[in-house]
Write a protein that binds this ligand. Structure first.
Ligand code: MN
Length: 325
């Protein structure tokens, strides 16, 4: 891990240091993500929504599930069988292993080894998210995350849309002194753009810091700032608050984001693997129940009715047969 890398970071484009008068964002909250079971019973760590970081703090993001890293035994991998979504986007990034998905519009594919699926559920879609047969049979390493990005009321009824962002498409960049690999999945980081097309301004970055690395990144003042440690340990924010695997951070206002990785890591050469998230808050009321995220309770009731009436689509018959085998 991680799957997408580069043999020579010195050759990559560099994200410029923020201006000298940039304001460092301070840490406002550190949370240790609680563990829970999702879908048919696969383990995740969920830094938000949580007691420490609620919808208001994570806006425009709704949820982050860190899946693994786990070494599955044969027969152990589980997924999230057919279920609907409406009113937001799901972003699935697989670092190690693979996830298979199928949907009510006949789409589907494999998300694996550094690729991302950006699904706009919009007005409504059914999908299933399962480990591929090979992984179930033989077991193996599985690691990734799923992020939920909210949509403003004017976009909740947008038609469903997929973007398959292959590992080879992820924009690779480095810090000013080339000790950090920056994978820009979507949005803009200091003028360097990722492949993901987003409905609202959002930046999603997976950064790998060499042991002892210190990086300062420009971060737009109108964006919120969240970070989550996938593995390793280090410091974050103006006051260099300690943070380690499984912890999330919410940062206050400013125009620069600072991260450091531990000099004496847990193992030889272990990097800090950290997810950086920023976006313009939507600032609308949120009504949510399970897989639906709307603005009002009435819209949630309507979502259930539409789902039950098949207006979000139906499970393709051939996939049911395949499941019975
Ligand atoms: Mn889902």
């Amino acid at each position: 891990m991680p799957a997408v890398s580069h043999p020579n970071w010195l050759s990559l484009p560099r994200v410029p240091e923020p201006d000298t008068d940039a304001v460092e964002r301070p840490v406002t909250t550190i949370t240790t993500a609680p563990s829970l079971l999702e879908g048919a019973g696969f383990p995740v760590r969920r830094p938000f929504p949580s007691r420490d970081i609620g919808f208001r703090q994570s806006d425009p993001f709704l949820l982050l599930d860190h899946m693994g890293a786990v070494e599955y035994a044969p027969g152990e991998p589980k997924g999230a069988p057919w279920h609907p979504h409406r009113g937001f986007e799901t972003v699935t990034y697989i670092i190690d292993g693979a996830m298979r998905h199928r949907d009510s519009q006949g789409g589907g594919g494999l998300i694996s080894n550094g690729s991302t699926q950006w699904m706009t559920a919009g007005s409504g879609i059914l999908h299933d998210e399962l480990p591929p047969e090979e992984l179930v049979k033989s077991g193996g390493l599985f690691h990734g995350f799923q992020l939920w990005v909210n949509l403003p009321s004017r976009l909740k009824w947008t038609p469903p849309r997929y973007q398959s962002l292959e590992a080879s498409q992820v924009t690779l960049a480095t810090s000013s002194n080339a000790d950090t690999l920056l994978r820009v999945i979507a949005g803009d980081l200091g003028g360097i753009k990722g492949p993901g097309i987003t409905w609202i301004p959002v930046t999603v970055v997976h950064a790998s810091l060499e042991p002892g690395a210190q990086v300062r990144l420009p971060w737009p003042s109108q964006f919120n700032a969240l970070a989550y440690v996938l593995s390793g340990s280090g410091t974050i924010g103006k006051d260099q608050v300690l943070i380690h695997e499984g912890q999330g951070a919410q940062l206050g206002s400013g125009t620069a984001l600072s991260i450091g990785s531990s000099r004496h890591p847990m193992g030889p050469g272990e990097r800090l693997e950290i997810l950086l998230l920023g976006g313009e808050p939507i600032k609308e009321p949120i009504a949510t129940y399970g897989p639906f995220v709307m603005n009002t309770h009435d819209e949630i009731v309507q979502a259930f009715e539409d789902y039950q009436a098949g207006r979000m689509g139906t499970i393709p018959a051939h996939t049911l047969e395949a499941q019975d085998e």
